[in-house]
Design a protein around this ligand. Sequence first.
Ligand SMILES: NC(=O)c1ccc[n+]([C@@H]2O[C@H](COP(=O)([O-])OP(=O)(O)OC[C@H]3O[C@@H](n4cnc5c(N)ncnc54)[C@H](OP(=O)(O)O)[C@@H]3O)[C@@H](O)[C@H]2O)c1
Length: 339
Amino acid sequence: MEGAPTMSPKIALITGANSGIGFTIAQRLLNHSTDGFRVVLCCRNRKKASDARDTLLKEFPSGLIDIIIVDVGSVDSVFRSCKEIKKKYDRIDLLFCNAGIFPCAYLDWWTVARQAITDPKGLLIESTPLIQPVGATTSEGLGETFACNVFGHYIMIRQLEDVLASSDQSRIIWTSSRTAKRDDYNPSDYQCFRGPSPYESSKYVTDVIAIALNSRLNKRNIHSFTTHPGVVATNIVYDHLGWAMDKTMKAVLYTGRSLGIKEATITGWNGSYANYVVATEPIENLNKFCKYGSYAKPWGSIYCLEEAIICYDEKEANDLLRKLDDLLNEFRKKNKYGV
Ligand SMILES: NC(=O)c1ccc[n+]([C@@H]2O[C@H](COP(=O)([O-])OP(=O)(O)OC[C@H]3O[C@@H](n4cnc5c(N)ncnc54)[C@H](OP(=O)(O)O)[C@@H]3O)[C@@H](O)[C@H]2O)c1
C-alpha cells in the first residue's frame, strides 16, 4: 500500500547521479523519512561515482548507496550494465532517467547582446545563444544527444522491464526540460542528425515517450512520468561558459529570481524537487499526461507545478515507440552480451 512502511528499502536507480540534479535526487531520497531507499548511482565515471557516494555517506552515514557503471550514450555499455543490474536486484521501484548532455559548439555573443535588450528573461531561461553542433554521432552511429538523453534510457527500460514489474508499483521518472518543443522535433529525423536543436528535440522525444510508455506498461504496474528542473546552474550548461561567465550567470539568476522569474530554481536541490514529488506522491494524485516542473518563489522557496503537454499526439507517439523498438531490435541482434 502506498505510503505504508515497507519491509525492505525501495530500490532507486538514478542515472547521472554523480552531480547536479541526479546527485540531489539521491540526497532527497536518502533524506526521506517515510520509506527507506537504497539508491543506486548509475554513472559513467567510477571515480566521480565513488566521490559522490563518499559525499553522500558523510551526510547519511547509514545510507544504502550502490554504484553501477554505465555510459548511457553507449548501447553496449547499457546492455552490459542492465545485465549486472538484473543480477544484483530482483526488483526496481524507481528508475530516474536523468543523465543528459547539452553539447555546445560556441556561445553566440551577438544573440546574447540582442536578447539582453529585447528579451532579458528569455536570455536567462532559454538556451538560444548556446549554438549546438549538428550531425554529431556516437561510435555506434546514433545521434549523440539522442543516444545519451533518450535511447540509452529507453534500452534500460526495455531491458529492465521484468525487474521493474517485480515491484508492487514502480515509477520511471524522466528529467526533461521546460525548453522541449514540438517545433524542434522532426519525425523523419527523430535522432536529429540534421539539427538545428538536438537537445530540445531529445527532450521533446523524452516527453512523448514518457507519456506513451504508460499505455504499454501500466498493466504491469509500471508508471512513467516526465519532469523538468527549471533553470539550474549545473555543469551541463555552465561547463560551456567558463568560470567568470558561470559566476555572472548565477548572480543574474539570483537577481532574476528575486524579481519574480520563477523558472530560476538555480540549485540542484531545488531543481530536483519535481522528481522527488513524482517519486513520493501517491500515484492517484499524479497525472501521466502532464509534465511536473520545479519552480521557485522570489525568496527561494520551491514548489512543483503540473503542466499539460498540449501537443501530445498518440499516433505520433506510437510511431516513435515503433522506431525505437526497431532500433533496439537491430542492436539486440548484434549484441555480444546475451541479453
Ligand atoms: N541544469 C538545467 O538547467 C537543466 C534544465 C533542464 C533539464 N536539465 C536536465 O537535467 C538532467 C541532469 O542534468 P544536470 O543539470 O544535473 O547536469 P550535470 O550536473 O551535468 O549532470 C549530468 C549528469 O549526467 C551524466 N552523464 C552525461 N552523459 C552521460 C553518459 N553518456 N552516461 C552516463 N552519465 C552521463 C553526467 O556525468 P559526468 O559527470 O560523467 O559528465 C552527470 O552526472 C539532464 O537530463 C538535463 O538535460 C537540466
